[in-house]
Design a protein around this ligand. Sequence first.
Ligand code: TRP
Length: 341
Amino acid sequence: MDQTLKEGQIEERKKRIFSGVQPSGNLTIGNYLGAIRNWTFLQDAYDCIYCVVNEHAITVRQNPADLRRQTYETLAVYIAAGLDVSKNVLFIQSHVPAHAELAWVLNCYTMFGELSRMTQFKDKSAKHSDNINAGLFDYPVLMAADILLYQADLVPVGIDQKQHVELCRDIAVRFNQIYPDTFTIPEPYLSKTGKKIMSLQDPARKMSKSDENENATVRILDSKDTILRKFKRAVTDSGSGIVYSEDKPGISNLMSIYSAFTGKDYPEIEAEFAGSGYGDFKMAVGETCADALAPVRQRFDELMKDKGYLESVAKQGAETASRIASRTLSKVYRKVGFVTF
Ligand code: TRP
């Protein structure tokens, strides 16, 4: 393609993407297939910014040493999964103070009632009833600040985060009505591939990195033996036959994992395993998953041995992110009437 611009032609701006993952717990194949791997498919067509959202992580209690380690691990997984550091801005949320600063302003344009309706808040406050802190309640406002600071057009998220992106839109629209042309109104970008991955022990629940049951989740960094063992123990359904259907949530979940790794659709998978038993199918999914993750894990191990490199990526990412974020924050400060020099 001819890259030179003809006279009078305006360079088309690539759409901007922003997303983030919390460094709480160990990343699962749900995070990989549902989010991070999909991001690698976007890196050429979009202007992409990905954050490790450690400020969100402390809305539930974290062990400081674990949080520090997991923050680097999350960054390393981004890179190991194939995000090119020269094409994507990768950074750690707490390195860019503008996130917390914009969140404060947006707090004053977000209603108590709106936040009370967030289903994740209701779920998490039931789960952590001993620690329903203001940060947990305010979590979606910080997330809105993350997105709006970068004037993101699209926000790739799982279905469980769609409500938060919609709230972010509502806040941005409200703010723009009072102070025109402040924020780009973002849209959730739900991936078509990579269905929601469910727990291997309870296919009615989402695979969660904080699940206490070891066998429920497959981690990106599990060894091959561990992966095979977990798939072997995966809960299946009554009856037999590898068929995708609503009354076979266990097998259907395994099929969607297999499909995500191989690119095969359900009829193809049903044909491939016609006449096979559950046991054989579980082993095949385990093998496929372990083989697909092996290079990610290898690259991850190399990266974790090179803290200096990870630090340099985080530092450079924070510089680029800060430049963009401070432009938006200054604009917001001016609009609301904060005195500036
Ligand atoms: N809340 C998101 C999650 O738990 C993580 C997140 C924080 C995020 N800030 C974001 C995702 C901004 C997209 C955009 O999955």
